[in-house]
Design a protein around this ligand. Sequence first.
Ligand SMILES: [Cu+2]
Length: 183
Amino acid sequence: MSRTHSLSKGLFTALPILLAGAVPAFAHGHGHAGQQAMADLIDAQGQTKGKATIRQGKDGIEVDVKAVGLPAGVHAVHVHTTGTCTGPDFTSAGGHWNPEKKQHGHDNPAGAHMGDMPNMTVGSDGTGELRTVIKGGMLAGGATPLLDADGAAVVVHAAADDYKSDPTGNAGGRLACGVIKAE
Ligand SMILES: [Cu+2]
């Protein structure tokens, strides 16, 4: 009788410690406040074209773009400097996010913009995915956060980025745009 009692008491003592140990793993998987964001991509007609998920990782900003309903082919994808997507041309999103005042493109000796990302290949089914890391980028906090006063946007272009032509990479028009919103 007294043996059973002390055993269950020991279990209840251990429970808060087990729960406390589980909290950091849970918080990491779901992002901290201000450390995760998303963007709904829309086209010139306001139709949904997929979404982007954006997280703060330890090496930079992790971007995962899942696009739907786009023309097959290779498309440039960038983070642009202003969080406004006004169709049909989406010039409202401004140029590429470029807090370090560099030139465009990873193949440009004077590059690259922080918002420069690899091209995304869209298949014949109209879907494409781009997963990349913007090295050294900060979503919030720091000297040049992505989510500053005027926000930022993800833009998918009509053509491929040549990774060197300043300032646009010859990427053509803006097919889809998504305002990045903190979650
Ligand atoms: Cu762009």
